[in-house]
Design a protein around this ligand. Structure first.
Ligand code: SF4
Length: 211
């Protein structure tokens, strides 16, 4: 797998980006290259250099985790962004969603999943002197932004690190997201990430990450 910068990289439709007051150092939780491509392009164009935090113990099995992780690392290197990849320890995540295995997507299991990932992000931000954190978890149309934001604000409340709740789907970023998925030729993901979403036929039929 070798990513090449598309010729039109930099053509973000989000020509204005209002930064949170007092933001000096940004940590961005990222789940995969397809979800964050258009957001990273926007950062690049606006001269923002965040650190990417690939914390996703929900992704299963390990081979799928490694594919997404390696592609994300390659993208970060190509764009010149710093990144952090904590150890892959899925057992703690499985323990947290126990009893929620049959929940539909956007249901209670996803709320726990978002909370777990964004709490870890906020804690890392606090320990390492980041002024703010955000996430690209809600860039897919398949995700519920209110659910993601609730997790982000809960992590802010618990840690004191401000959550930047920018809507990374507005101002043409959804269209741009799917353009970049094609032009980078990112790995074709067939499910959200956890083993329960993999076994959800409705998700696979819709194959939303690539549309
Ligand atoms: S469907 Fe996606 S967001 Fe929901 S629990 Fe599984 S991996 Fe997490």
């Amino acid at each position: 797998m070798t990513l090449i910068l598309p010729e039109d990289f930099g053509a973000t439709p989000k020509t204005k980006l209002v930064l949170p007051e007092g933001m000096t150092k940004l940590l961005v939780q990222v789940c995969c290259a397809p979800c964050c491509g258009a957001v990273l392009e926007c950062f690049k164009v606006h001269g923002i250099s965040p650190t990417l935090f690939f914390y996703n113990p929900n992704i299963h099995p390990r081979a799928e985790y490694e594919k997404r992780r390696d592609e994300l690392i390659e993208l970060a290197q190509l764009l010149g962004f710093a990144y952090v990849v904590p150890e892959y320890e899925p057992q703690g995540w499985f323990a947290q969603v126990k009893g929620l295995e049959h929940e539909p997507e956007r249901g209670a299991r996803c709320s726990v999943c978002f909370r777990e990932r964004l709490m870890a992000t906020a804690l890392y931000a606090k320990e390492h002197g980041f002024s703010h954190f955000t996430t690209t978890l809600a860039t897919s149309r398949w995700k519920n932004k209110k659910q993601v934001d609730a997790a982000g604000f809960a992590a802010q409340e618990a840690t004191g690190v401000p959550y930047w709740a920018e809507d990374w789907r507005k101002e043409g970023l959804v269209t741009r997201r799917y353009q970049l998925v094609k032009s980078f030729n990112f790995y074709n993901q067939l499910y959200c990430g956890c083993i329960f979403s993999r076994d959800n036929g409705a998700y696979q039929k819709n194959c939303p990450e690539q549309k």
